[in-house]
Design a binder for this molecule. Structure first.
Ligand SMILES: Nc1nc2c(c(=O)[nH]1)N[C@H]1C(S)=C(S)[C@@H](COP(=O)(O)O)O[C@H]1N2
Ligand SMILES: [Mo]
Length: 558
């Protein structure tokens, strides 16, 4: 591969373009300059063997998942991706979320594909010198991926089988296609079928054939991965149960006060529709949990362990509460938050049934995918109505928001409280246990900080002179918002008008009718919580416990 790139570059610098070669596809006979050497051919062999390895493993992983022969993550791509995510340092996570937002998972997958292609070509290059060495290299890479599979939550030994067989198939392919020695092997027979029969120069292969075969190998591998996903079809059982689930009625439904939503175009809706709700989690593949097999265990410092199943939970008296969920990774001015009405059963009732022992100060909640959150016991037992949630805005939870059951705890960032696909509550202590993000550089405690955001006008916008609605949202969960003030061009702070107050656990909309005069202006805002404390101006990044600072925009008035 490297050689091919180098050759292509050299060709290019001599004014002969690679494009010409591909345009002549199938027409012109190979010329010496169109041919690449053994190294490129070797890289192609590696790529093909890599595609076989990944393809076989992913298809078998799909079959295994469909047949429920597995416990954890048999797909090597998902396992390596998951293991990578779990080892991402805070600065990188921060960077990924800031740069790619909720597309960070797609970027990670793209990174995995590029890495796989490079590694596979590397193995092929080794094979040009020593086939045995290449086999060892491939085995080592498979070994690393096997370790990743084993490291995933709920991993079972059977999870290793797909990749073991994929690895064997890949090694077979590697030795077979390298075996013919330089000049005969891969391209002529195995990978590209009809190609390279001209055999002009021993040990070389036409660039057309090389590129075509390389693309064929990548496309073939990708197709196998897709087939594996289709076969796995894990969404089915969960999706059917979700469709059949009738959200329980509650005695006192939440009523959104008139005027909570000011109805200003461009401002985030007071209650965010489920489909638009921000999503943040470490799950590369959305866990598809069948409520029929779901249960929640209460363990640890309790008088009696409890296992709660789906029908038992649904028979409990459900409540509704409105809570604005908030991600600690939210930058000043960021949109990693959303307000919704949640239906569920108070966690404190469940903990009461289990009987919390003296000395406990934390509940470690665990997700089906291994994520954990450490929540202060008090936040789950006091009157703030932390819920075991089954519905969001009157609809069953979406799979990506935790179906069938998640936690929602007012006043705390999601990373220390809002566990989705929750399967265990361990009553414990901060001294004994840590949530997922704590050893990764984030604070053990995560109370939400008072913050506010300008939604309109957008930063950098041009608006017409006259009265301009400057508007947005402000939040100080569980304390409440008492005021929002606006400052234009560093002048005095002026009160904005607030939307109606629904609950101290939800954000409030605000608007300031700004008499805009032409020119460039800077607009800043600050919120004041219901204890009278204004939001700090001091700038802090999201890590380790939430960003601070005033959201400020610049607009041009024409
Ligand atoms: N299982 C699981 N639950 C999780 C997380 C996760 O990574 N895995 N992330 C938490 C974080 S950091 C946040 S901010 C909220 C986001 O919830 P949402 O995706 O429903 O908006 O979920 C929390 N619950
Ligand atoms: Mo978060």
């Amino acid at each position: 591969m490297l050689a091919a790139v180098v050759r292509a570059a050299q060709d290019h610098s001599r004014g002969r373009t690679v494009v010409r070669v591909s345009l002549n596809r199938g027409a012109a006979p190979d010329r010496p300059g169109d041919r690449v050497g053994p190294a490129a051919r070797g890289a192609l062999v590696g790529l093909a063997a890599g595609a076989v390895t990944v393809g076989v493993a992913e298809v078998l992983a799909g079959v295994a998942q469909r047949a429920a022969w597995t416990g954890g993550t048999p797909s090597p791509i998902d396992a390596v991706g998951g293991a990578f995510v779990d080892r991402t340092p805070p600065w990188l996570k921060d960077f990924a979320v800031t740069t790619f937002g909720t597309s960070d998972k797609i970027v990670l997958y793209a990174g995995i594909v590029v890495t796989l292609v490079v590694l596979a070509c590397g193995v092929g290059l080794v094979a040009v010198r020593t086939v045995r060495g290449a086999l060892v290299a491939l085995a080592l890479l498979v070994g690393v991926a096997l370790a990743a599979v084993l490291s995933r939550p709920h991993a079972a030994v059977t999870d290793l089988v797909p990749l073991l067989l994929g690895g064997l198939a890949g090694m077979w392919a590697l030795s077979r296609w390298s075996a013919g020695g330089v000049g005969t092997g891969v391209v002529g027979t195995g990978v590209a079928g009809s190609a390279s029969r001209t055999g002009t120069t021993p040990g070389t292969v036409s660039r057309r054939v090389l590129v075509g075969s390389g693309i064929a190998a990548i496309v073939g591998g990708a197709a196998a991965v897709a087939v594996g996903r289709l076969v796995a079809g894990s969404a089915r059982a969960g999706a059917a149960a979700r469709a059949a689930f009738v959200v329980p009625r509650v005695a006192t439904p939440v009523v959104v006060p008139a005027g909570a939503d000011l109805g200003i175009a461009g401002v985030t809706p007071f209650v965010v529709p489920n489909a638009d709700f921000y999503r943040i989690d470490t799950a590369l593949v959305v866990p598809q949990v069948d409520p029929a097999t779901w249960s929640l265990r209460v363990t640890g410092l309790v008088d009696r362990e409890i296992t709660l199943d789906w029908p038992t939970l649904l028979a409990k008296p459900m409540q509704e509460s409105m809570v604005t969920l908030m991600c600690v990774s939210n930058e000043v001015g960021g949109t990693l938050n959303g307000n919704a009405v949640w239906t569920g059963w108070p966690v404190r009732e469940l903990l009461r049934e289990a009987g919390v022992r003296d000395g406990a100060d934390m509940v470690l909640s665990t997700s089906v995918d291994g994520f954990t959150a450490g929540t202060p016991l008090e936040a789950l037992t006091d009157d703030r109505n932390a819920l075991l949630v089954v519905a969001q805005n009157g609809q069953p939870l979406l799979p990506e928001h935790g179906f069938p059951v998640r936690l929602v705890v007012p006043g705390l960032y999601g990373y220390v409280s809002a566990t989705k696909w929750v399967t265990e509550l361990k009553v414990t202590t901060f001294a004994a246990d840590q949530g997922y993000w704590t050893p990764r550089g984030w604070s053990a405690l995560g109370p939400v900080k008072t913050q506010s955001r300008i939604d309109v006008p957008r930063d950098g916008a041009t608006v017409a002179a006259g009265t301009v609605a400057v508007a947005g949202v402000a939040w100080a969960q569980h304390r409440g918002i008492a005021g929002v003030q606006v400052q234009v061009d560093g002048g005095p702070w002026v009160d904005a008008r607030l939307g109606a107050d629904a609950t101290s656990d939800a954000w409030r909309q605000w608007v300031y009718e700004w008499p805009a005069t032409s020119g460039r202006h800077t607009i800043g805002i600050r919120a004041i919580d219901a204890t009278g404390q204004p939001q700090t101006a001091e700038l802090a990044p999201p890590a380790p416990n939430g960003a601070t600072g005033h959201h400020t925009i610049t607009v041009t008035v024409s």
